[in-house]
Design a protein around this ligand. Structure first.
Ligand code: 5CA
Ligand code: ZN
Length: 407
């Protein structure tokens, strides 16, 4: 499906700082080290409702990673999926007497508009599950051929025992995996499974639900294989970076990796797993299912998209945090100061700003540290001024290229 577009970012002089990122699988912050082309995949939305600030924080994380990689001279090939076939979508469509396809395409369009407004760099490939069905069927077929599947009353399951490295993305104890599987769409209690953790790979056709043809019978795919198949069909058998929120570490990413390894015989499927911490509201994870959300679309009515972006940039992607109205008020004030400072005819020397922003972002995407570097220059520019006529434009370019904040 169509991605979205944003204005091309400024290109900075000199060399960027190579990216170091936290990797969930090893628990370390380590260099990403891609080749000339960096490949990345980020788990996309399930389009049954509008994008909230948790989603925006998630996509901002990988937008920053892509900016740093480009600043280092890499071409970035970036895939994001759209889970346009899933139960929440069918349920919402049934509640509102809507067509699930119409609901999905409407919400996907709203998502594109919100992401473009907040200047989130678009993925190279935005791929829906519906359009990827041939690739998904092919991946399920490979798993069947490799003996990694079994039948349970007409549904097909993936056997986690077919993936010797199963468990090595999240490194979680079995009891925790069982609890999370039950909580997050798995069915560990279904009788007849070989291992309670085995995820469904292909659900036999159910009355009233959409289904697709496959050599083993009509039905629809399980969730995890959607992402491994879309990644494979757009990026190849392995990739440099795979991202999403921490809510996806288990079961989604663990299962996607296990299915890819059992289908393709590759390991690691993903060289670097990165996860954005959950953004909360009123003491709980902001989520569609809990209904405690602040939508990007609503904030856009009263605040500039650059301020929304700055509000998110004030938080690092790894610790959990809670959105409050103070976040956007502080960002409005910061944006006004930054804009006033870059509008001056001259300012203090800005070479340290470029170097500092590059260094902070390259160090595990320390956006708050990078914002503080700009703040210091802005404070000095507004308080004591400066003599360098090129400095305001340099700061504007750094903000545009690396932080994505258009001043
Ligand atoms: N379609 C699947 C991924 S294949 C899905 O999880 N969709 S979603 O709409 O629920 O979430 C989209 C992305 O936003 C996921 O990467 C998810 O981890 C992330 N996300 C969801 N809620 C939050 C939150 N409160 N804070 C941060 N990230 C979040
Ligand atoms: Zn996914």
């Amino acid at each position: 499906m169509e991605s979205w577009t944003v204005p091309p970012p400024a290109v900075l002089e000199g060399a960027g700082v190579p990216l170091r990122l936290h990797d969930t699988a090893t628990g370390e912050v380590r260099p990403l080290s891609p080749g000339p082309v960096a490949t990345m995949y980020v788990c996309g939305i399930t389009p049954y409702d509008a994008a909230h600030l948790g989603h925006a924080m998630n996509y901002l994380t990988y937008d920053l990673a892509a900016r740093v990689l480009r600043d280092n001279g890499h071409d970035v090939v970036y895939t994001q999926n759209v889970t346009d076939v899933d139960e929440p979508l069918f349920e919402r469509a049934a509640e509102t007497h809507d067509d699930w396809r119409a609901l999905g395409s409407r919400e996907t369009e709203q998502f594109r508009s919100d992401m473009a407004a907040v200047n989130i760099a678009p993925p190279t490939h935005l791929v829906g599950a519906v359009e990827a069905m041939p690739a998904i069927v092919e991946m399920v077929g490979l798993l069947r051929e490799n003996g990694a599947t079994y039948d349970l009353d007409g549904d097909m399951y993936f056997s986690v025992s077919a993936a010797p490295r199963f468990g090595s993305v999240g490194n979680l104890p079995v009891a925790e995996m069982l609890a999370l599987a039950a909580e997050r769409g798995g069915d560990p209690g279904r009788p007849g499974k070989k291992d309670p953790l085995d995820p469904v790979l292909w659900l036999a056709e159910r009355p009233g639900e959409p289904s697709w043809n496959a050599p083993w019978g009509r039905g629809r795919p399980g969730w995890h294989v959607e992402c491994s198949a879309i990644a494979r069909s757009t990026l190849g058998e392995t990739m440099d970076l795979h991202g999403g929120g921490t809510d996806l570490i288990f079961p989604h990413h663990e299962m996607s990796a296990a299915e890819a390894s059992a289908a393709l015989g590759v390991w690691p499927f993903v060289r670097h797993w990165t996860h954005t911490a959950m953004v909360g509201l009123h003491g709980e994870k902001m989520s569609k299912s809990k209904g405690n959300m602040v939508f990007v679309r609503h904030l856009r009515l009263d605040h500039s998209p650059a301020a929304i972006r700055l509000a998110l940039l004030a938080h690092h992607y790894r610790p959990e945090w809670e959105w409050t109205h103070e976040d956007i008020l502080a960002a409005d004030a910061r944006l006004s100061r930054w804009r006033a400072a870059v509008a001056l005819p001259a300012g203090p020397d800005a070479r340290g700003v470029m170097e500092g922003v590059r260094r902070h972002l390259a160090g595990d995407l320390d956006a708050p540290g990078a914002v503080a570097v700009v703040d210091r220059w802005v404070d000095e520019a507004l308080r004591v001024g400066g003599r360098d006529p090129a400095a305001p434009a340099t700061v504007r370019d750094v903000s545009d290229a690396l932080l994505g904040v258009l001043l």
